[in-house]
Ligand binder design. Sequence first.
Ligand SMILES: *Cc1c(COP(=O)(O)O)cnc(C)c1O
Length: 387
Amino acid sequence: MMNQLHKEKPMNELPVMNESEGIVLFHPHIPETAVEAVTSVLHSRWIGQGPRVAQFEQEFSERFGGNGTSIAVGSGTDALHLAYILAGLQEGDEIITPVFTCTATSIPFLYMGVKIRFADVDPETLNISVPHVRELINEKTKAIVCVHYGGLPCDMDELHAIAKQYDIPVIEDAAHALGATYKGKNIGEISAFTMFSFQAIKHITTGDGGMLIIQDNSIVQKAERIRWFGIDRSNKQKGTWENDITEVGYKYQMTDISAALGLASLHEFDQTLAYRQQLFEEYKKGLTGAQGIRLIGDHSPDRTHAAWLCTAIVEKDRVSFMRRLRENKIESGQVHYRNDRYSILGGRQDNLPNMDAVEEKYIVLPLHLKVTPENIQYICEVIKQGW
Ligand SMILES: *Cc1c(COP(=O)(O)O)cnc(C)c1O
């Protein structure tokens, strides 16, 4: 019975590729300045949540948050769980969330007993399908979650119009979309809750970490309490503290070691983003006129792409395509899978025709700071020779 839903044969015969062997799919980016910054934290009094975390939150809000507040946590998954709690989701509530995403988007709903209604993908962008959200929404729906796949923002105006009609929040999983903009606004300042991830291979990494930007500043203190066992930490640090704990909290805080890494990366983020966007452009150029393959999210006049992933649709034989690349020392992969393939998330749904149509066709190509424009020209040449 194992894996009965997975139609494609597993690619076990392709061993994990080492970076000395060719162009790998992902590579973490750690600026040189981060090494010194972390060392100085290690020599200081604060290594857990201390002044560096506060500074990282402050600078992050200034860059991405509009009038909102940033809450630093231990992972993107923590940030999503925190957002779902702050959105008031209760056991038995329904939410609408995209089927095509990292499992991290969906799993926290299982912690809470919230019922997941998976929305299909838009065939052009692989973002959440707005028409399908309209179809799924009902009086029991308590939030709409969206993921900016690969770094291209979703149709935010349309999603907000639906959410407004039902008086429910939009929660953005922006793990792919740090630095993306939608109609001139930063991703981070648009919805009630926006989550970012600093996991190893994201735009900015803190080893592991995450950030939640909250636009309603009246719930920031609650967010800070839930991040730390339900305790008002800043009051407790004053010395005498005899208060009660009245909310279930978690140990979801970021450490100063992580925040030092985050700050160093934030300070050079504009260059990081520009370089990633340049590489994405290189793919666009290189694949112009290529047969049997098209890029996802490559034209978007009213929004900018954060270029976390370069994803393409290959019309036939994805396995041969991947083998052909690998013979030429190029790694590729799927990265995310439709979440309804997992038993714990309810198993396969039959109302997702766009996902069905692309599930064996999408492929992610290398795009990170160790990749050069010349590497991409080479990758595109290999692709154009066919598979
Ligand atoms: C990376 C990622 C996350 C989870 O982040 P972690 O920091 O690993 O918990 C969530 N959603 C998406 C879409 C991601 O790519």
